[in-house]
Design a protein around this ligand. Structure first.
Ligand code: TRH
Length: 347
């Protein structure tokens, strides 16, 4: 494939909570830089980058405070492409800069979903009806798992660094989830099911520490860079992951995984989870394990469901399904490649 035209990309990221917004935007920025582009990240809360980004990455990607609006707002120039991540409202000063620029392509980067609406809306125009950019067009870009979608941020090309061996022949389980009753039930199962839990930094790790204190069944990990996080997932036998970014990393890691989807009060996350599992088509006991992990009222079923999903022959079928899916995804262009082509069409 011909080398892409190098462009100036501005990414706007408004962090609400958790690590997903900054995590996706940082990974996206890194992937653009690796393709020869120049990237600026405008972000309201850059603190997680202290541990998520390496020193070299921070040197390569210019990070800026969120521009202030109001009567004394400084004018801003804008790149060839402006990425509005996850529908964050751009500052008015940025919208004005887009309106004044003849060539800027404005992309609304959406959340990853396997639901049909995502593919249906991918690439559609969204005319701007009000504000300083009234009359401009932004474009919906939906990441996804199929050739019709916007694709996925690609696998890391780093070498897999050795990870400490399990204390014995126990299954190594990487844990990066939200707090939930199934988490405690899994910890309680560790000895009888011969598991060793590697608890990543964050909500699930804190919950386990608070409930069980130090335990020979568990290793608590410090926050690590995204590069190290990806290697960590690759080194586990099974991963429990949560928001969209760690889900995609678990797919690239190629080991069996459980997706603890971000719970929403109206329950719409169950539809999103079902759409993903319909696409992945894991063995039925794995689907059941997902149902139990994601539904607090079914947490008592965890031991039985865990044992069913990790016993032969389901375990082998689960491993094969993930490995086959990974190969299928590797054959598709990455999100960055698709976006480069999309931007070239709209420029
Ligand atoms: O942090 P998350 O739960 O983010 C979520 C989702 O994005 C969700 O869609 C959103 O609506 C909600 O927040 C508000 O999970 P996610 O997406 O998996 O992001 C985690 C990021 O943290 C990922 O980029 C990997 C990174 N990470 C590290 O780099 N090092 C670490 O040590 C750890 C624990 C995480």
């Amino acid at each position: 494939m011909a080398a892409p035209q190098s462009r100036r990309w501005d990414i706007y990221c408004w962090v609400i909570d958790n690590y997903g917004d900054v995590g996706v935007c940082w990974r996206f920025a890194r992937a653009l830089v690796a393709r020869g582009h120049v990237v600026r990240l405008f972000i309201n809360d850059p603190d997680p980058l202290q541990w998520m980004a390496t020193t070299e990455e921070r040197a390569a990607i210019a990070t800026h405070a969120w521009p202030t609006d109001g009567p004394h707002a400084a004018a801003i120039d804008c790149g060839d492409v402006v990425i509005e991540a996850f529908g964050c409202q751009l500052p008015r000063v940025t919208e004005a800069a887009i309106a004044a620029s003849a060539q800027t392509v404005w992309i609304n980067l959406e959340y990853l979903s396997a639901e049909s609406y995502a593919a249906a809306n991918h690439g559609l125009a969204s005319p701007v009806m009000a504000g300083p950019a009234k009359g401009c067009t932004k474009w919906f870009f939906y990441p996804g798992f199929t050739p019709e979608s916007g694709g996925l941020l690609g696998p890391t090309t780093d070498e897999i660094a050795p990870w400490p061996e399990s204390p014995d022949d126990r299954l190594r389980v990487g844990v990066f989830s939200y707090e939930c009753p199934a988490l405690a039930n899994l910890h309680a199962l560790a000895n009888s099911a011969r598991l060793h839990l590697y608890a990543a930094a964050g909500r699930s790790g804190e919950a386990l520490k608070a409930q069980f204190g130090p335990s020979p069944a568990r290793t608590d990990l410090a926050p690590m860079s995204q590069q190290a996080f990806d290697r960590f997932l690759s080194a586990m036998d099974l991963n429990i992951v949560r928001g969209e970014d760690s889900l995609v990393r678990a797919l690239w890691a190629g080991q069996p995984f459980i997706w603890h989807i971000y719970p929403q009060t109206d329950g719409v996350h169950f539809e999103k989870l079902a759409a993903f599992l319909d696409w992945l088509q894991p063995p039925t006991p794995v689907r059941e394990l997902h149902a139990v992990w994601n539904d607090p009222v079914r947490a008592d079923e965890l031991p039985d469901r865990w044992n069913a999903a990790t016993a032969a022959p389901c375990w082998q079928a689960w491993c094969e399904r993930v490995s086959h899916t990974r190969s299928r995804l590797c054959a598709q262009p990455t999100l960055i490649e698709r976006l480069e082509a999309f931007v070239a069409l709209k420029s």
